[in-house]
Design a protein around this ligand. Sequence first.
Ligand SMILES: Cc1cc2nc3c(=O)[nH]c(=O)nc-3n(C[C@H](O)[C@H](O)[C@H](O)COP(=O)(O)OP(=O)(O)OC[C@H]3O[C@@H](n4cnc5c(N)ncnc54)[C@H](O)[C@@H]3O)c2cc1C
Length: 397
Amino acid sequence: MTSPSHTLRTDVVIVGGGPAGMLLSHLLAADGVESIVVEARSQEYVGARVRAGILEHSSVELLRGAGLGERLDREGDEHRGIYLQWPDERHHLDFVDLTGRSVWVYGQTEVQKDLVSARSAAGQEVYYECADVALHEVESDRPAVTFTHEGRPVRIEARAVAGCDGSFGPSRGAVPDAVRSIWERVYPYSWLGILADVAPSTDELIYAWHPDGFAMHSMRSASVSRLYLQVPNGTPVEEWSDDRIWDALATRLGHGQDGWRLEPGPITEKSVLPMRSYVQTPMRHGSLFLAGDSAHIVPPTGAKGLNLAIADVALLAPALADLVRRDDRMLAEAYSDTALRRVWRCTHFSWWMTTMLHTSEDPFDAQLQLSQLRWVASSEAGRTGLAENYAGLPIGF
Ligand SMILES: Cc1cc2nc3c(=O)[nH]c(=O)nc-3n(C[C@H](O)[C@H](O)[C@H](O)COP(=O)(O)OP(=O)(O)OC[C@H]3O[C@@H](n4cnc5c(N)ncnc54)[C@H](O)[C@@H]3O)c2cc1C
């Protein structure tokens, strides 16, 4: 016999306790709006996922403004720009000189830790390890979310539901097919990403075009490096031994070029990440609001995924506060159009960086890519365009 359903009421049910969901609960609480977070996985699992590592200028400002910047300021690493390179040439693009804006290296795992500790300290209600999460009556003013928690059915009724459950959660599918539009691009390559216990061989990120494929040198801290190699889709991770990875990285990143050396070290994590662009519109349907990866996915080349999730939530929190506290629907009704302006800008930038840097079998494409890279590195307009998009446009752009 199943136990009787337990019914709760709150202002906003947030489906998904990743960065979008936890930051939304934090911003709503600051505006006096109550929420309950419903997460499918355990707190440990969500906290340990190694994903994004670059915060845009506006994301840093927002986190600081929300009282979440203390450890970021202490342990994060501010970068003035990136290196762009192809065989025999490496160019530094200084975002601060070009746009007055910098970026920060601070892992998503750290952002998540800061959010969880701030929300725990404030007594935020979060249900972890929920099964059968389902959304109901999202077209009404009294939507609900049901799930099973510790074997017990739970129903939460609210004024709004925030779908922050990434690309595999139920929220995006709660928008009927007749209403939603989906735009998608699947790229013919993936990233083999590693984490290594070795000091970075560079002070700022290196984005490298190479005839063997794209490579990138990033970092998580003064003693942990994060590096990526372009590999064909469907590549089994076992095909890449540690030695093979370091050899390919050395070749593509230009070990020995102008005396530069890539220092190898013990690899602690290895995974293959397929690349795609995806946008689902509208981002609001009735009382359901999508934010972050539930509405859009970008390939990681432009470092936009986490930043877009933060920017969505920065718009959504005041819209929900107006809706819940004042019954003022203006921002809620504008949310999808406003958020999508930035979503499409970042979708374009991520596609542009990806197609400029990843090689195909086509020698004509290779010449076009090299021409574009030379233009970006040598022209003030080219450099500034990349810098403005990478360091990020203001929230609300
Ligand atoms: C493997 C990987 C590597 C990445 N690497 C980079 C990178 O290098 N650079 C970069 O900029 N971006 C990267 N990204 C993208 C970036 O991590 C995301 O854009 C960011 O996590 C978006 O945050 P989110 O909160 O919207 O979604 P998520 O972080 O996906 O959070 C969604 C949450 O919803 C939960 N959930 C799922 N289903 C349910 C359900 N049924 N019920 C309740 N909860 C549910 C999930 O467990 C998760 O905790 C990567 C993404 C992935 C998947």
